[in-house]
Design a protein around this ligand. Structure first.
Ligand code: AMP
Length: 114
C-alpha cells in the first residue's frame, strides 16, 4: 500500500506542493502549527528515521538542503525556524513516511513543553 505521502508525491491526492525534484517533495502541512509549516519528504517511502539506510545519507542530506532553501525562500532564514522529525509512538509520528517539518514565521517558544 502506498503511503499518504507517496500519493502526494505522485500527485494522486491534492496537496499544496511548493517544491519537487527527482528525490524529494515539499508541500504545505494541512494543519499548520505556525505561519510557515512545510513538510519535506523523500519521494521514495522510508517509514521512520529508524528505517534510514546508510545508502540514504545523501538523500537525507538533500532533504535538509531543500529545507534550508525553502526557509530562505519563505523569508524566515534570518528570523529562525525549526526542523523536526518525529519518530514512532513516543515521538508523536502520525504519518509513517519520513518527513522533516519546517516550521517558522513566528517565535516558536521552547523546544518541548514542560
Ligand atoms: P507527524 O506527526 O510528524 O507524522 O506529522 C504528520 C503531519 O502530516 C501532520 O502535521 C499533519 O498535519 C500532516 N498531514 C497529514 N495529512 C496531510 C495531507 N494530506 N497533506 C498535508 N499534510 C498532511
Amino acid at each position: 500500500m502506498p503511503t499518504l505521502f507517496e500519493k502526494i508525491v505522485a500527485r494522486e491526492i491534492p496537496a499544496d506542493i511548493v517544491f519537487q525534484d527527482d528525490r524529494v517533495t515539499a508541500f504545505r502541512d494541512i494543519h499548520p502549527r505556525a505561519p510557515v509549516h512545510l513538510l519535506i519528504v523523500p519521494n521514495k517511502a522510508i517509514a521512520t528515521a529508524n528505517d534510514i539506510a546508510d545508502a540514504d545519507e545523501t538523500l537525507v542530506g538533500h532533504m535538509f538542503t531543500v529545507a534550508r532553501d525553502l526557509a530562505r525562500g519563505a523569508g524566515i532564514a534570518d528570523s529562525g525556524y525549526r526542523l523536526i522529525i518525529n519518530c514512532n509512538r513516543d515521538g508523536g509520528q502520525e504519518v509513517f513516511h519520513l518527513h522533516v517539518h519546517l516550521v517558522g514565521g513566528a517565535p516558536l517558544g521552547p523546544m518541548l513543553s514542560r
